[in-house]
Design a protein around this ligand. Structure first.
Ligand code: SF4
Ligand code: SF3
Length: 549
């Protein structure tokens, strides 16, 4: 195996024996093979489109889900990857028959094995020969750009899948995704062409987040300021984690009147901000923190847990029988609740399970406030603009992104604590758990931490920046008093980053480490053209950002 797609990759270079995330070498090779054959399938769909053939939405969704399942911490179930590889080959073989021009197709589009044993044998051979995975690309800059784009597309796929689940699609995103996957097989593409493709991926990233924003807000209303209880009640509960709001809604409907409370965990916290979700009185609160604390928090929750997406931490035996997965998520030995994208799911098994469990053990008390997505902030625009004009707010600090278990991430707590009192943090994603329970106060009634929602709601932060640019009559988004200090962990953060670059945001600070998949030359391109930088110590960064104070 060789994997360096997330921030916690071994020695900030690559996991080679086993993943820091818990992914085995065998699973990593299977994921590489799934990406490989998905690129092959995408070459065939792209060729068919050029011949005037329409590709069905179900195939588009299938390709999207293939990418999503390989996101860090989404799915640890080898059997799922086997069946998706086999299904990918079956779909591709059928499509190949419709193709008129079959010349110049890549090995990925023609490779063909269907039995599990043959795939295993070939996989071991291919993986050891590095024919399939990351290291199959010899040139380190081409490899770096190919992987940067691939990871961006994985993040994009996660967001598209959530939009599909709510009945919203945009075929142009699928066309781009598949044609780009096909281009990643093309050895004639130069570094410059791949850089251009990277930025184009950022553009479509914005489209994908806009699609999901429309899907979420048209289904559940615009997020509004909401206080969320972080204590525990006296009834048995189900804890819902991950990013899929549709799964949560279906579970809320199916648990109405059953005496079971529903709690959110980690990236599901923003569900409380949506009018059409918070209306359920048995959606009682948020339990715990970011994904990486789940070993302790799932233990003390006492009831069943539903993982709708990443991030799964390999569970302890003590609660493994209470861990359920659905959608792109999976874990060997945990019950998976079936249901194709957009279909109604049957949650009766997890509901029955909850009825026989103790209520959650309370681990904290109080409330946190969020719901500052674009519409809510626009509604407060006069107050915000006035605070900026009067100097009450001097700077905004975008601290969106991911949380993670690395100790170096305590930087973000210390950074938030050390910020001058006239700064406001704009956040989205699970990065917020590093500072959303601190008492940072408010400025003229505006909380100093404005949580827009999940990582995909970074789109809201971009809209807010564009609105401020308009209100203040600025020519360039970079003239705004906004600092970008983003924490990344997995591939959704990669598409958020590429989207911000596409929108012209410069001087983004990225931590706690720069991605290992950036080769020195590719990193230089990002530094020279976009001013991307890492982080330093809190003291050094305070000096850097506020030395004009
Ligand atoms: Fe390592 Fe991250 Fe890949 Fe897991 S996802 S194997 S931790 S680089
Ligand atoms: Fe968190 Fe996994 Fe990225 Fe959606 S849940 S932000 S890390």
């Amino acid at each position: 195996m060789f994997c360096y797609q997330c921030q916690e990759t071994a020695h900030n270079a690559g996991c080679t024996k086993v993943g820091v995330c818990g992914k085995t070498s065998e699973l990593a090779n299977l994921q590489d093979l799934l990406i490989y054959v998905t690129k092959g399938l995408s070459q065939v769909t792209t060729r068919l489109r050029s011949e005037g053939v329409e590709i069905s939405p179900s195939i588009n969704h299938f390709i999207t889900l293939n990418l999503f399942t390989t996101i860090t911490n989404a799915n640890f179930d080898d059997a799922i990857f086997f069946s998706r590889i086999q299904e990918t080959l079956a779909i591709r073989n059928e499509l190949l028959q419709q193709l008129n021009i079959k010349t110049h197709l890549s090995d990925a589009a023609l490779w063909n094995l269907t039995s599990k044993e043959d795939i295993y044998a070939s996989l071991n051979q291919k993986a050891s020969a590095s024919e399939v995975g990351v290291l199959a690309t010899q040139d380190e800059d081409i490899r770096s750009l190919r992987e940067l784009i691939t990871y961006g597309l994985k993040g994009l796929s996660a967001y598209s899948k959530h939009a599909y689940a709510l009945g919203h699609t945009d075929e142009s995103i699928d066309v781009f995704l598949q044609s780009t996957l096909a281009k990643l097989l093309d050895d004639t593409l130069s570094v410059d062409e791949l850089i251009a493709l990277t930025l184009e991926t950022g553009k479509v990233g914005v489209d994908g987040m806009a699609l999901l924003d429309t899907a979420n807000t048209s289904s559940y209303g615009n997020p509004e300021i909401t206080s969320v209880n972080i204590g525990a009640g006296s009834r048995p509960g189900i804890l819902v984690s991950g990013h899929d709001l549709s799964d949560l809604e279906q579970l809320l409907i199916q648990t109405e009147g059953t005496g079971i409370d529903i709690y959110t965990h980690s990236e599901m916290l923003p569900a409380h901000y949506y009018p059409q979700l918070k209306k359920y009185s048995h959606l009682v609160g948020n339990y715990g923190n970011a994904w990486w604390k789940q070993k302790e928090e799932f233990e003390s929750f006492n009831g069943p847990i539903l993982m709708t997406t990443n991030c799964i931490v390999p569970p302890k035996a003590s609660y493994k029988d209470r861990l359920y997965t659905t959608g792109a998520a999976g874990y060997v030995g945990c019950k998976h609740i079936e249901g194709d994208t957009g279909n109604q799911k049957d949650f009766s098994s997890i509901i029955e399970h909850a009825k026989h469990c103790l209520p959650p053990t309370e681990i904290e008390t109080g409330e946190i406030v969020g719901g500052f997505a674009h519409a809510q902030v626009f509604a407060l625009a006069d107050t915000v603009v006035e605070a900026v004009k009067s100097g009450a707010i001097k700077k905004f600090v975008v601290m969106a992104g991911c949380d993670g278990r690395a100790k170096s991430r305590n930087y973000y707590t210390d950074f938030a604590l050390n910020l001058p009192q006239d700064t406001v943090i704009l956040t989205a994603g699970c990065a917020k758990y590093k500072y959303n329970k601190l008492t940072l106060g408010d400025i003229n009634g505006i909380p100093r931490v404005l949580d827009a929602g999940q990582c995909n709601d970074s789109y809201s932060l971009a809209l807010i920046a564009l609105k401020l640019k308009e209100v203040f009559g600025l020519a360039d988004i970079n003239e705004l008093p906004i600092i970008y200090n983003i924490a990344w962990y997995e591939q959704k953060a990669v598409i958020v980053l590429l989207s911000l670059l596409y929108l012209g945001v410069k001087e983004i600070h990225l931590g706690p480490t720069l991605p290992a998949f950036l080769s020195p030359n590719v990193a230089n391109v990002l530094i020279e053209n976009f001013g991307i930088q890492g982080i330093q110590t809190v003291e050094e960064d305070m000096e850097l950002f506020f030395n004009d104070a």
